[in-house]
Ligand binder design. Structure first.
Ligand code: CA
Length: 655
């Protein structure tokens, strides 16, 4: 639960009021936002430590009231310093101190207030949004227009020429399994030249760019039913622009352009910059300026869980298998178990009630899968047509509450349109009434939702572990992808990936007799995933029948690994090659290093934030894992040698 204490202070800001040019610096002065209004158009640029990270880029909106990207008159500029703190159990940091220079830039058109652009400038982050004012109605001049449709947002991100990109393409609506795309499940290309929109639909948030002197992550946050979710499209060379959902989203249901009441606001667009990746991995910009939209109906709890479907697929969704899994989930001390698709026909409601009762006896709980549809996709999996309808949803959720279900996993939402954002919000808000936690799969990127919706857990919104089952090729990419996600996707939102397994093959026989991708990463790498990928209720792909009982330290690690974290540290890394980072839970730091490169990762790393007894899990050159226990050394320098697809983990006490 986020609670904020706001304090306001008088700001000593660098205001340059000449020819409608302004600049706002970050509280420490390193980040500088330059603003100017030229020939009736609004522009910004971003400098960090004197170097240009974003070149002169246009700002503005086109609504059905007027074109607010041309013929603008800049009409004043105000700033103040915002300083506050907030706490949350479910983010990468449990306590966040925010200090930001807040600037509001006013624009007139036709001698009337038209809109403001509101900026928040932190030391490594900028957030901005538009606030649009009501206008006289040309047809009935005495009655103002109090709502509008935003037809186009002209927020550009123009990068310097030598920039390379780390992007994932937006999927086209009407494609994919049962026409459920877009679901944020395309691979990232790394260090790619900026260029045309590969799939015609642009690129998803968050989007990472490498500029000459550092890195830029752009994203958006604060998206609720009050707007659509956006993405970026390439507008030639190194120019990118905020883009709305395509018509084909949601299989042509709903509108692409969002509507807002007047006065009304857009979501925040965010820019995070750093000379290295530390500010990007550690950023909290996704949550700093959003607020809870309702109060939690109870104290929600978190922890690790199991998910039989990744290994056992649809065949594992039956009563006896789920009961066996409950024994396993309880033995692990895990708090939750997902019962995936088809439970309505393959298990049935009476048996679900028996399983829920059994789970309770065992001290654990169930999460039930639902199809989101509805008239917007063809995915055949049941239960269908319940989460799509308010009346049926309430009845179902009351039943779930009565039998002690922990939460729901709703799949196949497939759209960024405002109508779909409304569905997400309605499901979340209703679920809270019945004390249910919510996970979304086949879904959009959560944009500030951990704070906005107190019972929200995570979205998939990534090429997740199901692909390890489906594809050997994806298995070979597992380490490569793991070097990307904490830097890009998982940096701005919790991620339900469904990783961590000790199976060699992603199937129940754990061999080649039936299909299931062949794992190439080490067991220590799998343990590292439990630290690297952040999700407060983390359903793993562990399988009860294939545990390596000869090496209990592996399972012991997974049993004890926290899912709630207090702090995060980026240490070193390059997306697509390797990553070294740490998370702290209570007084314990978990430092993980993974390697996707052909060469072993040999480094001396400084761990001056841990002391005392240290446990080290590591791989030899053949990916055979071992554990050893050492005392921290005086210099705090530790040598690592991580083979491709392997990992090293240090667990030690906070100094
Ligand atoms: Ca999926």
């Amino acid at each position: 639960m986020k609670s904020k204490i706001l304090t306001f202070a008088v700001l000593a800001f660098s205001l340059n009021v000449s020819a409608q040019n302004y600049s706002v610096s970050s509280p420490n002065g390193n980040l500088k936002l330059n603003l100017n209004c030229d020939n009736g158009q609004a522009f910004y640029s971003v400098q960090f430590n004197g170097n240009t990270f974003i070149e002169k880029s246009q700002l503005g909106l086109v609504t059905d009231l007027d074109d607010y990207s041309v013929d603008l008159v800049s009409n004043g500029f105000e700033t103040d310093l915002k300083s506050f703190s907030y706490d949350s159990k479910v983010l990468k940091k449990s306590h966040v101190d925010v200090v930001a220079n807040n600037a509001v830039w006013h624009f007139y058109k036709h001698d009337r207030p038209a809109f403001d652009i509101i900026f928040m400038v932190e030391n490594n982050d900028i957030a901005f949004k538009y606030k649009v004012y009501s206008q006289p109605n040309p047809l009935t001049p005495t009655e103002p227009r109090v709502c509008t449709v935003v037809k186009n947002e002209k927020s550009y991100f123009n990068f310097p020429k030598e920039t390379t990109t780390f992007l994932s393409t937006q999927m086209k609506g009407g494609t994919g399994w049962g026409r459920t795309a877009p679901s944020y499940e395309t691979p990232y290309t790394v260090d790619a030249k900026p260029g045309f929109n590969a799939d015609g639909a642009g690129f998803i948030f968050p989007a990472l760019f490498k500029v000459q002197n550092g890195w830029v992550l752009i994203s958006e946050t604060g998206v609720s039913s009050s707007y659509c979710a956006s993405h970026i499209s390439n507008e030639g060379d190194t120019k990118y622009k905020v883009a709305f959902p395509l018509d084909a989203d949601y299989n042509y249901n709903g509108t692409s352009c969002p509507g807002i009441p007047l006065p009304g606001e857009t979501p925040w667009r965010t820019i995070t910059v750093g000379e290295n990746l530390k500010p990007i991995v550690e950023t909290t910009i996704a949550w700093d300026f959003v607020e809870p939209l309702y109060s939690p109906s109870k104290e929600y709890t978190y922890g690790p869980g199991t998910w039989s479907w990744i290994i056992g697929m649809d065949e594992s969704v039956n009563y006896s298998e789920q009961k066996k899994y409950l024994d396993f989930t309880a033995d692990l001390g895990f708090v939750s178990q997902i019962v995936d698709n088809w439970w309505d026909t393959q298990i049935g409601r009476d048996s679900i009630e028996m399983l829920a009762k059994y789970a309770k006896q065992k001290g654990t709980s169930l999460v039930l899968w639902y199809n989101s549809n509805g008239y917007w996709n063809d995915a055949p999996q049941g239960p269908k047509h319940i989460m799509s309808n308010s009346i049926k949803r309430h009845k179902e959720m009351a039943w779930m509450k009565s039998i002690g279900i922990r939460g729901i996993k709703v799949d196949f939402l497939g759209s960024d349109k405002q109508q779909t954002m409304q569905l997400y919000e309605d499901i979340l808000c209703d679920a809270n009434e019945y004390g249910l936690e919510v996970i979304f799969h086949g879904a959009t990127l959560p944009r500030g939702w951990e704070i906005m919706y107190p019972n929200f857990i995570a979205c998939e919104a990534v090429q997740a572990s199901e692909n390890l089952h489906f594809s050997d090729d994806f298995c070979r990419q597992e380490a490569y992808n793991a070097t990307l996600h904490p830097v890009i996707r998982n940096s701005v939102a919790s991620m339900d990936y469904g990783g961590v397994t000790f199976n060699d093959y992603f199937n129940i026989s754990n061999d080649t007799t039936i299909w299931g991708g062949h794992r190439v990463t080490s067991d220590v790498f799998q343990m590292a995933i439990a630290v690297l990928f952040q999700c407060p209720l983390n359903h793993t792909a562990l399988y009860y029948n294939q545990l390596r009982k000869d090496e209990p330290w592996k399972l012991d690690f997974v049993k004890k690994c926290p899912t709630l974290w207090n702090d995060i540290k980026f240490i070193d890394g390059y997306p697509g090659k390797y990553l070294i980072m740490a998370r702290r839970s209570g007084d314990k730091w978990y430092v993980v290093a993974i390697n996707a490169d052909n060469q072993p990762l040999k480094k001396n790393i400084n761990l001056d934030f841990i002391s005392g007894d240290i446990t080290i899990y590591s791989d030899d050159a053949n990916l055979k894992g071992s554990v050893k226990y050492i005392k921290s050394n005086k210099k705090n320098i530790y040598q690592i040698n991580v083979p491709k697809n392997g990992a090293t983990i240090f667990v030690g006490n906070n100094i």
